[in-house]
Unconditional design. Structure first.
Length: 231
C-alpha cells in the first residue's frame, strides 16, 4: 500500500496519455483507465489497478515470469522510500516485513514474509497483513497486498514486444481511520478522501514507473531475491 506520491521524471518519457516508455531499455507501460476503489462503512475495503508492461521480445524469451515479478516487487519497496523522500522505510525481520515511518517501532503496516506463486504464464507475490498503526483491530491478520504478472496472449499491439498485465491489489484491508460505532460513516468518508485516493495515486504512479525497469537481473540481485524467497 502507498502513503505518499510525487511525479516521476528522468529517463521515463511520456508518449501518449497513459503510456510511458523507456527508449534505452525498449520497455513501455500503458496504464489501464479506471481501476477500482472499494470503500465500505463496514467490512473490508480494497483497491485494484492495472497496467500493461511491454517488454522487448528478445528480452522476454529467456525471461522467467517469476523473475520479472521479483524485480517488480523489489522495485515497489524502493519506490515507496523514494517518493516519501526517505520517510518510509522497509524493515525486515524473522518471517515479516514492516513499512515504518522513520522510527523502527513505528510500523504503519507489518506484513508476513512475501509468498510467491506461479504458473506457466503468470506469477504473483502476496504480502499478508499482520498489523500496524493503519490497521484496525478487527483487521489484524486479515487482508493482503498482491502484485500479479500475467503474460498477455493476443493479436495486435506493438510488433517486437511481449505484453504483460501487471495488477496491484489490496484486498481484505480494515483501515483504522474508519473507526467504529457512531463515527463509522464519517470515518468511511474520511478514508475515501484520504487513504483511498493515496492508494490510487501511489499504485498508478508505481505502475507508470515500471517503464524504468532494467533487465536482465544482475547476478547479485538474482542472488538477493533467491535469498528472500527462501527465508
Amino acid at each position: 500500500m502507498g502513503f505518499a506520491f510525487v511525479s516521476l521524471a528522468g529517463r521515463m518519457a511520456p508518449t501518449t496519455a497513459g503510456r510511458v516508455s523507456n527508449a534505452s531499455a525498449g520497455l513501455g507501460i500503458e496504464l489501464i483507465p479506471g481501476g477500482r476503489e472499494e470503500v465500505a462503512r463496514r467490512g473490508p475495503v480494497g483497491s485494484v489497478h492495472d497496467a500493461e508492461l511491454l517488454v522487448p521480445a528478445e528480452a522476454s524469451r529467456p525471461l522467467v515470469t517469476s523473475v520479472l515479478l521479483e524485480r517488480v516487487a523489489c522495485e515497489y519497496l524502493r519506490f515507496l522510500r523514494r517518493i516519501s523522500l526517505g520517510l518510509l522505510r522497509v524493515r525486515l525481520g524473522a518471517g515479516h516485513q514492516a513499512i515504518v515511518l522513520l522510527l523502527p517501532r513505528a510500523a504503519l503496516l507489518r506484513f508476513r514474509a512475501p509468498r510467491y506463486s506461479e504458473g506457466s504464464d503468470w506469477a504473483e507475490v502476496g504480502w499478508d497483513i499482520e498489523r500496524g498503526l493503519l490497521v484496525a483491530r478487527e483487521g489484524r491478520g486479515r487482508g493482503s497486498l498482491r502484485i500479479r504478472l500475467q503474460r498477455v496472449a493476443r493479436d495486435g499491439g506493438q510488433a517486437g514486444r511481449t505484453r504483460f498485465l501487471v495488477r496491484m491489489e489490496v484486498e481484505g484491508y480494515y483501515p483504522r481511520i474508519r473507526a467504529r460505532g457512531w463515527f463509522t460513516p464519517a470515518g468511511a468518508w474520511l478514508y475515501g478522501q484520504t487513504q483511498a485516493r493515496i492508494h490510487r495515486l501511489v499504485f498508478r504512479g508505481f505502475l507508470r514507473s515500471l517503464a524504468g525497469l532494467e533487465l536482465p537481473l544482475s547476478g547479485t540481485e538474482a542472488s538477493t531475491l533467491a535469498t528472500q524467497r527462501s527465508s
